[in-house]
Design a protein around this ligand. Structure first.
Ligand code: AMP
Length: 213
């Protein structure tokens, strides 16, 4: 199963990706997480990416395309993957098509996760995440049991700089300008399925499964 998940930041793409990954036993490849790891590990890629990420802008295509090409070549991704946060522009989509073509593969599904901007801004400004295990919390709807500590690994939670309201607004603008054209790109190829990003967590696995029937 080779799947691309599209949708604005905070739409629930990441949650959908994790559920599909478990359902079909394929790795979830999240470019945002890979880039954040590069930043914290202070690699040359992280060094370059940090400024773009702090401003809520897209990291240049050539860097992200190379990152994804290398990741897709790893053995766990050979038989399937879920891409979360990539492609983010028609240029990246074309690069992905080429990466797949070069290895004789093609995408099976493109899923568009939709949610209104007002809900997204609320979600992201109250989102806290664990820098160690990646667990996600929401201060109102899913707070940690102990204030500011991860329930899973007790690490101090972080409030991502790019989840602060002024940067969120910019990320949504960037999404509309750069990522929206992707929908046209994939629509022309006739392969987009849509799901709301605020379905009840108990309903979501079945709703996602229905997309693949
Ligand atoms: P995310 O966690 O997916 O919202 O990504 C956080 C930030 O990482 C984005 O605002 C971009 O700066 C960068 N980023 C993640 N994925 C990509 C991508 N496919 N292309 C360019 N930049 C990306």
């Amino acid at each position: 199963m080779r799947i691309v998940l599209l949708g604005p930041p905070g739409s629930g793409k990441g949650t959908c990706a994790k559920i599909i990954g478990k359902l079909y036993n394929v790795p979830v490849i999240t470019t945002g997480d890979m880039l954040r790891t590069a930043v914290t590990s202070d690699t040359p890629l992280g060094h370059t990416a940090k400024g773009y990420m702090d401003r809520g802008e897209l990291v240049p295509d050539n860097l992200v395309n190379a990152l994804v090409r290398d990741r897709l070549a790893q053995s766990d991704a050979v038989d399937g993957f879920i891409l979360d946060g990539y492609p983010r522009s028609p240029n990246q989509a074309k690069a992905l098509d080429k990466i797949l073509r070069d290895t004789g593969k093609r995408l099976d599904h493109v899923i568009h996760v939709i949610l209104e901007d007002s809900i997204i801004v609320d979600r992201l400004s109250k989102r806290r995440s664990c820098p160690r295990c990646g667990a996600i919390y929401h201060l109102a709807n899913k707070p940690p049991s102990i204030e500011n500590k991860c329930d899973v690994c007790a690490t101090a939670l972080i409030y991502r700089d790019d989840d602060k309201p002024e940067v969120i607004t910019h990320r949504l603008e960037v999404y509309r300008e750069k990522t929206q054209p992707l929908l046209d790109f994939y629509q022309q190829k006739g392969r987009i399925e849509t799901i709301r990003g605020d379905l009840d967590l108990r309903e979501l696995p079945a709703a996602l499964k229905r997309l693949f029937e």
